[in-house]
Design a protein around this ligand. Structure first.
Ligand SMILES: NC(=O)C1=CN([C@@H]2O[C@H](COP(=O)(O)OP(=O)(O)OC[C@H]3O[C@@H](n4cnc5c(N)ncnc54)[C@H](OP(=O)(O)O)[C@@H]3O)[C@@H](O)[C@H]2O)C=CC1
Ligand SMILES: O=C(CO)COP(=O)(O)O
Length: 319
């Protein structure tokens, strides 16, 4: 089957590798001037992986959309609306299946990525999200993982699972798109908090962080109309190992480097997501103490140790 991958960074290149690995024909699209695209095109590799020479490349969005009926998108979440507008202009999206492989929320609106995409494109295509734990580095070593697909309609999820199942990735589907997307995006904020604890040598507080992180997110998911139990599934709690404990997690590394005053240049989606989550929390009258504290530290430059200790050592409160 033909698969197009829109995006050519860390996770998009993994998707291209994976689709090729399980026998699909793959075309990668990158925007005009993309250094990532140029590197892949000329060397067939990047800092994470090597790609088969069978994979083709383009910076022509129309060519990428014509190539396949199943299209993976993995770019930075804040750019999805712009890309969706470009896709809309091509008129080449009808009846295709778009799979959003990103973890974020739109900072200006708090909207989930499937909402953003559907708002721009309309209902003439199928949209699913593919999230859950997984790092390129682990998959490339052959270590399998479980991931989750969600869509408005379960038939779409099952269709995606049929195309992409393998011994390397075992899929589950979730009927709770709201909980799945919020959970996937929010785990990055908890990952930043975990990295800060690591940087402060307070790693043992990660147990409390996990207990309280799931609790506060479950309240938000419920208020948004999702299932509060989804937070304990693959998209959120199931991704804690890969984010709160993994040396490969950009979000955890960002948090650690932040408290150590070291620069961090890779994409840490949690920085944007925490701001979107706080808007949602405000609108729906839900408290998100962990998100609020991380926001105070990162955006308002409050003292990390003081803020995090205040968070966990708050006055008497029933669990
Ligand atoms: N287990 C999982 O499900 C994982 C999910 N992710 C998610 O994948 C997403 C991407 O992360 P990652 O690959 O690390 O990020 P990278 O920074 O490595 O790649 C981002 C890509 O987005 C592209 N891009 C940015 N803006 C635009 C735009 N306006 N139009 C088109 N392309 C654009 C960049 O293009 P350019 O090449 O020009 O810079 C780059 O190719 C994130 O949401 C992340 O959370 C990441 C890892 C694992
Ligand atoms: O989502 C991921 C692992 O499941 C990747 O997390 P980071 O973006 O923090 O590296």
């Amino acid at each position: 089957m033909n698969i197009s991958v829109l995006g050519c960074g860390r996770w998009a290149s993994f998707h291209a590798w994976y689709a090729n690995h399980i026998g699909h024909n793959v075309k990668i699209w990158g925007r005009e001037g993309s250094k990532h695209l140029e590197q892949l095109q000329t060397t067939h590799q990047n800092e994470y992986l090597s790609l088969s020479p069978d994979i083709t490349y383009t910076n022509d969005l129309k060519l990428a959309l014509k190539f396949a009926d199943t299209i993976i998108i993995s770019i930075s979440s804040q750019q999805l609306r712009n890309l969706a507008k470009e896709i809309k202009k091509t008129d080449l999206y009808m009846q295709k299946t778009f799979i959003l492989c990103m973890k974020g929320l739109e900072i200006s609106t708090g909207k989930r990525l499937s909402e953003v995409f559907t708002e721009e494109i309309g209902e003439d295509c199928h949209v699913g999200v593919w999230v859950g734990p997984g790092h390129v580095q682990d998959f490339l070593k052959g270590i399998p993982n479980c991931m989750v697909i969600s869509a408005k309609n379960t038939d779409i999820s099952k269709h995606i699972i049929n195309i992409f199942s393998s011994d390397l990735i075992r899929f589950y589907y979730s009927e709770d798109l709201i909980g799945t997307e919020i959970g996937a995006a929010a785990k990055n904020v908890v990952g930043i908090a975990a990295g800060m604890l690591d940087g402060m040598h307070y790693t043992s507080l990660k147990g409390a962080l996990m207990a309280r992180g799931t609790y506060e997110l479950s309240n938000l998911i419920k208020a948004l109309g999702g299932n509060n139990m989804t937070v304990y599934g693959l998209s959120h709690l199931g991704d804690y190992e890969a984010t709160l404990f993994s040396a490969y997690s950009n979000n955890r590394c960002f948090g650690e480097d932040f408290v150590l005053n070291k620069p961090f240049s890779k994409l840490a989606e949690g920085i944007y997501t925490m701001q979107a989550l706080l808007k949602l929390a405000d609108k729906h009258h839900v408290e998100l103490p962990i998100c609020a504290v991380i926001n105070e530290i990162v955006i308002n430059h409050k003292n990390p140790k003081e803020e995090l200790l205040n968070l966990f050592m708050r006055p008497l409160k029933a669990e």
